[in-house]
Design a protein around this ligand. Structure first.
Ligand SMILES: O=C[C@H](O)[C@H](O)COP(=O)(O)O
Ligand SMILES: C=C(OP(=O)(O)O)C(=O)O
Ligand SMILES: [Mn+2]
Length: 455
């Protein structure tokens, strides 16, 4: 007997043509791929590879983000500034996921709402740069733009953009996501396990300051157990992927039509954000990401005017759909208290409900005399506090935290309870782009934010 066939909805010709409209617009931060033959082959290959995410997962994330925008959830986004192909090892992926899960438990307690967990993972391979070139001594070569584009080694061969890297990036993202799904669905993420890791953090004398909060969390877990909570149900967690939607030659071929409703979905990640350097209102990125169904973010630096913000809302969230648009404020500790409130006030006059999260990393970069790009832990904490203060003053919801972090014991950011100083940076500085919080600094930040949330 013939089985009933599911209806497959295709996209209209207008929708399909719209997906390539960005090609006619000004575009920033794209590499020079050479003669185009290799790029065409890579695009073709990517366009028929299986999607990395299912559109229904992106819909679910949009609902979670809508809850966060309404103050009923809190978002944690974290991971490398620049993921590398070599760094996609079981150990490094495990430590990063573990760190995010540990932070999430602390934040869940502090916020008393669910924490939406998102990795800057499985696709964060492309970087916008301040300069197109890098000079060392007498030699000038193209800047490193992330493993999706070129290699970090300082040779002409390595620094040449190679479209084959787009396909390698897809496969690296696929294997990373596969392991992330295994860890978060297979028992590794069990609340009891994550809690026991956090007890180890709090037992370290360097973290004595957090003992009280750690004890409160421990008591809450024992209460849940006594009250009969089903810890087997707490072994799986939702974990979403996110990266900067930067390289159009990756994002366009990864965009597919959702056969359930005929809408385009960028299947390279659940959530894509537009960076501070590419969010021009009439540029290629804003146009392209306005046409996909995924929840999307936009980074907002301190020069953002209320008018620009309003126009971004009009372009990216014309239907005013809760969860669709996230603003990731990255103002800098010294500016957030002045630059953020006018934006929050202006949103109140509109019919929009964007989610606001803080990126306390990108406005706080400094370079040491010895040439290390770094950030001070105290500045990061100060920006988070300023973000909360701004929301409290205006009466809006501080909805989440976006950080560059790793689960490894690197020495890239200054300060924290291990007191990393300038001399220590050299001992384990591994980032190929921006400095990340290490495992301990990440947890410390989670405890501080949890205190802020429960204040
Ligand atoms: O991650 C963000 C940017 O890519 C990064 O801050 C740019 O750094 P640059 O100023 O060294 O190019
Ligand atoms: C490039 C980044 O940030 P921004 O666009 O805020 O500078 C980033 O998140 O690594
Ligand atoms: Mn960065």
């Amino acid at each position: 007997m013939a089985q009933p066939t599911e209806s497959i909805v295709s996209a209209s010709p207008e929708v399909l043509a719209g997906l390539d409209h960005w090609r006619t617009l000004p575009i920033k931060q794209q590499p020079d791929w050479g003669d185009g033959t290799a790029l065409a082959a890579a695009s073709e290959e990517l366009s028929v590879l299986p999607p990395l995410i299912f559109a229904g997962e992106a819909d679910q994330l949009r609902n979670r983000l809508a809850a966060a925008a309404a103050g009923q959830a809190f978002v944690l986004q974290g991971g490398d500034c620049a993921e590398t192909f070599a760094g996609a090892t079981a150990a490094q992926i495990r430590e990063r996921v573990k760190t995010i899960l540990q932070m999430a438990v602390v934040l869940t307690y502090g916020a008393s709402v669910p924490v939406v967990k998102m990795g800057r993972m499985a696709g964060q391979f492309a970087k916008p740069r301040s300069s197109n070139t890098e000079t060392r001594g007498e030699i000038t070569l193209p800047a490193y733009r992330g493993d999706h584009v070129n290699g970090y080694d300082f040779t002409p061969e390595s620094r040449a953009a190679d479209p084959g890297r787009l396909v390698k990036g897809y496969h690296t993202a696929a294997s990373t996501l596969n392991l992330v799904r295994a860890f978060t669905q297979g028992g590794f993420a069990s609340l009891k396990e994550v809690h026991s890791w956090n007890k180890g953090f709090a037992a370290n004398p360097a973290n004595a300051r957090y003992e009280g909060l750690a004890r409160d969390i421990d008591r809450a877990i024992r209460f849940m157990e006594a009250a009969g909570a089903d810890f087997d149900e707490l072994k799986r967690v939702e974990f979403y992927t996110a990266h900067e939607g930067l390289l159009m030659d990756y994002e366009r071929p990864m965009t597919r039509i959702d056969s359930r409703n005929g809408t385009p979905v960028d299947t390279s990640a659940h959530f894509l954000w537009i960076g501070e350097r590419t969010r021009d209102l009439d540029g290629a990125h804003v146009d392209f990401f306005s046409r996909i169904r995924n929840p999307i973010g936009v980074k907002l630096g301190p020069s953002t005017t209320p008018e620009t913000m309003e126009r971004l809302i009009d372009k990216l969230d014309p239907d005013r759909e809760p969860g669709r648009l996230t603003f990731i404020a990255r103002m800098g500790a010294g500016k957030v208290r002045d630059a953020l409130p006018p934006l929050l006030e202006h949103v109140k006059t509109l019919d929009a409900t964007p989610l606001w999260i803080t990126d306390p990393m990108h406005g706080n970069g400094v370079t040491t005399p010895t040439g290390y790009k770094t950030r001070r832990f105290d500045d990061i904490v100060d920006e988070v506090k300023g973000f909360f203060e701004a929301h409290r003053a205006v009466g809006t919801h501080p909805g989440g935290l976006h950080v560059e972090l790793t689960g490894d014991d690197v020495t890239e950011c200054l300060g924290g309870s291990e007191h990393i100083d300038e001399a220590t940076l050299a001992t384990r500085y591994e980032s190929l782009c921006d400095p990340r919080l290490n495992h301990m600094q990440s947890l410390e930040l989670a405890f501080l934010v949890a205190e802020e949330l429960s204040a």
